[in-house]
Design a protein around this ligand. Structure first.
Ligand code: 4AD
Ligand code: MG
Length: 478
């Protein structure tokens, strides 16, 4: 069946009359003569010229938008504009028909909302072709980045019995009969009879298990799916998303920030170098979209410039306390333009605040550190001031938080005390506390939300458009 060539490679070759075979899906068919064929290797189609006099009528009728076909012929220089080579077909074989009356993708512009409803077909559009090739490229580069630096890729469990973030936003995993679950003597559901003999859930983060591995391999990273049952119906939240979580032993918050910055710049540089064509397509797409907006809402930089900008500028490092001062004193706050006004130290930052800092005040990526301990997780290292922890969030323009991380509390007594204050039973995490009992050391790590990175790099505006099959509240199609 195979023995064909990728269109991306064919378009790079010079036409010497060589014989080639290609397979793909018809985008358009003009004048009973010109097929634009796409195989997903690039957004550029290969033009196939059909000798319509020599092709049976019945075959011509079956060359419709969406149909799968195989074509063999000679590669010649193209006289038409927009391409240098084209295929003069000797044979055309329809591999799979597509009824043009019923095929939902017409050769015209469809809205992203409509395409989300037919996510099983949207891969066949230029926009999603570019987005998912970029997603692939970024995933590949994540592994390259860490492997070049001697990090061990660790697979942490998907099903777990712990709540790593302590936020209680978990999906339960059970095979009990939910219409009639077994009860214990107190009338509560008896999870001892459940599959694992205890209550279990889908992981919200691989961090805690990652820390165990870092205490042996020094530097590890995870890259896997994570699940959050938070009811946030926003353009930046998914119930199922992919996270990259490095964890480094003998490492403090500053090493952690440096690694995160280096990683983000590496990933952006990688796509600028390797995915130029798709980025240019998306950059132009975004520019068209911006033109629909009023002048004062348009972004100043094109997508390509925005990416380059992140490479050329060091991320600004700012403490939470400094950020609160900036926000409190801002005209935005004084004129009550924030939905949530910033009045006192200790409040959690909303995404409107994060975006103000990045887009209006500093105008570049920002790393915020030293947050109040009350608004952060139990495992973060307590600072000397008794009020803050060594947390770090990286904020990106248009995105807000893209990375969340911290130096971990490596001192057993302090960690136990904090867990007690927060009502986290030590028995449940005795395995975690063991790392603090046996050869504990300063260590740190962070989590990069993969879809937020893909959002940033592609310039898309809704997170549902950068994961193939998004899972969000009240939506689990496909
Ligand atoms: O800030 P978060 O909750 O941090 C952790 O889970 C830590 N255990 C990470 C670590 O230190 N190893 O999540 C990390 C990142 C966020 O910055 C964000 O980019 C992304 O994960 N994220 C989400 N992405 C999409 N949808 C959601 N619902 C997300 N929640 C978090
Ligand atoms: Mg966070």
């Amino acid at each position: 069946m195979r023995a064909g060539q990728k269109i991306k490679e064919i378009l790079k070759t010079s036409p010497t009359g060589q014989l080639v075979t290609v397979m793909g899906w018809v985008r358009t068919f003009r004048n009973n003569q010109f097929i634009a064929l796409n195989d997903g290797s690039t957004n550029n189609n290969l033009q196939i010229v059909v000798d319509f006099a020599a092709t049976p009528e019945i075959t011509l009728k079956r060359i419709t938008t969406g149909a799968a076909l195989r074509a063999t012929g000679t590669l010649i220089a193209s006289l038409g504009k927009g391409q240098t080579v084209e295929l003069k077909a000797d044979t055309i074989e329809i591999v799979g028909d597509s009824d043009p009356e019923k095929y939902p993708l017409q050769p015209k512009k469809h809205s992203l909302e409509f395409l989300r409803e037919i996510a099983h077909l949207r891969f066949r559009t230029n926009t999603f072709g570019a987005v998912f090739r970029l997603r692939n490229s970024l995933a590949f580069a994540v592994h390259t980045f860490f492997n070049e630096r001697g990090f061990v890729y660790m697979h942490t469990p998907i099903i777990t019995s712990s709540d790593a973030e302590g936020a209680g936003e978990m999906f339960r995993v059970t095979n009990l009969d939910i219409t009639n679950p077994p009860k214990d003597s107190e009338g509560q559901i008896d999870y001892k009879q459940d599959f694992f003999g205890k209550s279990t859930n889908l992981t919200v983060s691989g961090q805690l298990e990652g820390e165990l591995a870092a205490m042996a391999f020094s530097d590890i990273y995870t890259f896997g799916p994570t699940f959050r049952a938070e009811n946030s119906n926003t353009a930046r939240h998914l119930a199922e998303f992919w996270m990259i979580e490095p964890e480094m032993a003998f490492c403090d918050i500053h090493d952690n920030m440096n690694l995160a910055e280096e990683m983000l710049q590496y990933l952006i540089a990688h796509v600028l170098q390797n995915n130029k064509e798709d980025l240019e397509f998306l950059s132009n797409r975004l520019e068209e979209e911006e033109k629909q907006k009023p002048q004062n809402e348009r972004s100043e930089l094109s997508l390509l410039h925005k990416l380059q900008f992140c490479l050329d500028n060091k991320f600004e490092r700012v403490t939470y306390s400094q950020a609160i001062e900036i926000l409190r004193e801002s005209n935005h706050n004084k004129k009550k333009k924030f939905q949530y006004l910033v009045d006192k130290w200790g409040v959690d930052l909303q995404s409107e605040h994060e975006r103000y800092l990045v887009e209006k005040h500093f105008k570049k990526p920002v790393i915020l550190i030293d947050y109040p301990k009350e608004i952060k997780s139990f495992y973060m290292r307590q600072n000397e001031d008794g009020k803050t922890v060594a947390a770090m969030d990286i904020l990106f323009p248009g995105i807000g938080e893209i990375v969340g991380g911290s130096q971990r509390e490596e001192r057993l007594d302090k960690l136990e005390l904090r867990m007690k204050e927060m009502g986290i039973p030590a028995e449940d995490l005795s395995w975690y506390l063991d790392t603090r009992r046996f050869g504990s050391c300063p260590h740190a790590g962070f989590g990069l939300g993969f879809e937020r990175l893909v959002l940033f790099v592609t310039g898309m505006t809704n997170i549902r458009d950068v994961i193939p099959f998004p899972r969000t509240p009240k939506n689990c199609e496909f």
